[in-house]
Design a protein around this ligand. Structure first.
Ligand code: FEO
Length: 397
């Protein structure tokens, strides 16, 4: 296990998790990495650790560069277990002189491990010297946890960003210029849509703040995915754009079905949206998962929800995905609902209220069909699709 050199002083000592497919409900179909970084100097620094089960691999990579016992300082930028999971093992094995966290990081780590790790807190603007260079801390509260923090190695212009600017993407090619944009862009969008999206206003402010602080990174080193060395400004620009949540002429129809009726309605609605010149994606909760739905919504302008009724409730898979989307707080969407029921259509009416609670602007009453749709019902579906297409077109132009 070898470390990978990033700059004169800095090394990647992280791990690649090729096999993870479920990251607390986020489908990681291309795996992920847990990046940790070593900065050499008179007082070597380790930035972040890795998921607990990969502790040995991280230590092997550190050993390829220096004796781990020589590490003077460990910094934990964020206390989620994919980065802090091996912190206790690392502190016990290395016995560093200093362990730095943010104020909220101290609370989180204490609540997670219930051990006295002799943590010291740092805040925005605090600095530590590393030979002739300086590592400056920048708190990034709610990007994406209250404790989140970045660190900037000033002379080398190397920005360690923890979760920010990352993606769940397992790759042995550790730099942006070594990876296929068609693959990574989708994973970067998925990561933003599923993790960062609710904090988009904070993203906008934060990008302004780091610019104001004069931080112009030559390299961006996040804790997931690869390191941005060729074009670090690219991911900053993408975050700036995604944070606006600007709607497009794209509708996402998400639905589930019991005996095919709601599915047939979805197909007719989609056809009419397309005929109005809009893009449409049709996602069955039988065929895709909630994090794929959130990803498709990142660039959408409409969320259309279809659900059958089961035991006087909406179908459970739809309750699941709506709960998830509500938490992500996507702005600037129009919406509509539809579905098939047997003898009680009230749960489908209730979906409109759920959309409104999510901040979606509902443009039509719920479209319901008892049991199997007939030609009149299909006509209503096409009318709804046309209304969605026309409204999107007016809104986006
Ligand atoms: Fe918030 Fe990668 O952990």
């Amino acid at each position: 296990m070898q470390a990978v050199q990033l700059s004169e002083k800095a090394y990647w000592v992280g791990v690649i998790d090729w096999n993870i497919r479920d990251f607390h409900g986020y489908s990681t179909k291309r795996g992920t990495t847990y990046n940790a970084y070593l900065i050499l100097g008179e007082k070597p620094v380790l930035i972040d650790t890795v998921k607990k089960e990969f502790f040995g691999e991280m230590m092997e990579r550190i050993k390829s560069v220096i004796d781990p016992q020589k590490i003077h300082t460990i910094i934990s930028l964020h206390s989620e277990m994919d980065h802090s999971g091996a912190l206790v093992q690392a502190v016990e094995a290395i016995q560093p002189e200093e362990v730095y966290v943010s104020l909220m990081g101290m609370k989180h780590i204490t609540a997670q491990f219930h051990k006295d790790l002799k943590l010291k807190t740092v805040k925005t603007g605090d600095k530590i010297s590393i030979d002739q260079d300086t590592l400056c801390f920048v708190e990034a509260r709610m990007l994406h946890w209250p404790d989140s923090m970045l660190a900037y190695l000033e002379k080398e212009q190397l920005l360690f960003t923890n979760d920010v600017f990352g993606m769940h993407y397992a790759t042995a090619q550790l730099f942006d210029d070594e990876n296929d944009e068609h693959l990574w862009l989708r994973e970067a969008e998925k990561y933003y849509a599923n993790i960062v999206l609710p904090y988009s206003d904070i993203v906008t402010r934060f990008l302004g703040q780091i610019k104001q602080m004069g931080i112009q990174p030559r390299m961006i080193a996040p804790d997931h995915g690869f390191i941005w060395r060729k074009e670090p400004s690219r991911i900053i620009e993408l975050y700036g754009r995604w944070a606006t949540q600007k709607p497009t002429k794209k509708a996402v129809i998400v639905y589930d079905t019991m005996w095919g009726s709601t599915e047939k309605m979805a197909t007719h609605i989609a056809d009419a949206i397309r005929e109005e010149g809009c893009e449409v994606k049709v996602l069955s909760m039988h065929a895709c998962d909630r994090s794929e739905v959130a990803t498709e919504l990142l660039h959408a302008g409409a969320l259309i929800v279809g659900a059958p009724v089961l035991n006087n409730q909406i179908f459970p898979s739809m309750a699941d995905v709506l709960c998830y989307l509500k938490g992500l707080r996507r702005k600037n969407l129009i919406g509509a609902v539809f579905g098939s029921y047997g003898w009680n259509g009230a749960p489908i009416d209730g979906l409109n209220k759920q959309l409104e609670e999510m901040g979606v602007s509902v443009i039509a009453p719920a479209l319901k069909t008892s049991f199997v749709p007939d030609e009149a019902a299909y006509q209503s579906c096409r009318d709804l699709g046309r209304l969605i297409g026309k409204t999107l077109t007016e809104k986006v132009q």
